[in-house]
Design a protein around this ligand. Structure first.
Ligand SMILES: CC(C)(COP(=O)(O)OP(=O)(O)OC[C@H]1O[C@@H](n2cnc3c(N)ncnc32)[C@H](O)[C@@H]1OP(=O)(O)O)[C@@H](O)C(=O)NCCC(=O)NCCS
Length: 147
């Protein structure tokens, strides 16, 4: 397959349903009733703190990445590539574009959270220069379940 036919562009509001379907099919843990609701995503990308990119082939969305920052640190979220397009370097391209949007905003450290079972994602990020920290635990406080 020729991945040169794959383009990367910004997420548009009418991509929402296709993106949710891709995340579901990818087995990506996401929060459709929380921070991944249509309303929350649209709000996030208009606030200037998020850069949401999609990879497309023809009219079909085959990959996503959501880069966010809080002014101090950048985060890579929701990186996913459709099963039949994996191993072609599409996630690598999405990551590089996402990192560039963060560097352009002056962010110099980028982080991501990966579930302990997700060896594929760990290999991917390690290959991309990310360091795995085994001495840090993730703590959260949620106002509502599902956020
Ligand atoms: C993780 C994921 C996004 C990788 O997408 P991809 O387009 O297949 O990745 P790429 O082709 O760009 O791979 C780049 C490098 O990552 C590593 N990599 C990718 N898939 C791998 C696998 N299954 N096993 C080991 N290493 C892998 C390789 O080093 C690869 O480089 P190489 O092909 O030169 O060896 C994809 O597997 C996916 O969508 N998984 C489900 C969703 C998910 O778990 N997302 C991450 C959440 S933290």
């Amino acid at each position: 397959m020729n991945e040169e036919n794959v383009a990367i562009r910004k997420f548009r509001a009418d991509d929402y349903d296709a993106v949710m379907a891709l995340w579901k099919a990818s087995g990506l843990p996401f929060k459709p009733n929380g921070r991944d609701s249509r309303e929350k995503i649209l709000k996030e990308i208009t606030q200037g703190i998020a850069s949401f990119l999609v990879a497309i082939k023809g009219d079909t969305i085959i990959g996503t990445v959501l880069a966010t920052h809080d002014g101090r640190k950048g985060w890579i979220n929701r990186l996913a590539v459709a099963t039949e397009f994996r191993g072609l370097g599409i996630a690598q391209r999405l990551l590089e574009e996402a990192e560039k949007t963060l560097y352009d905003r002056g962010i110099e450290i980028i982080a991501c959270l990966i579930e302990d079972y997700n060896q594929t994602s760990m290999s991917f990020f390690q290959k991309s220069g990310y360091i795995k920290h085994t001495d840090i635990f993730y703590f959260t406080k949620r106002r509502h379940p599902g956020v």
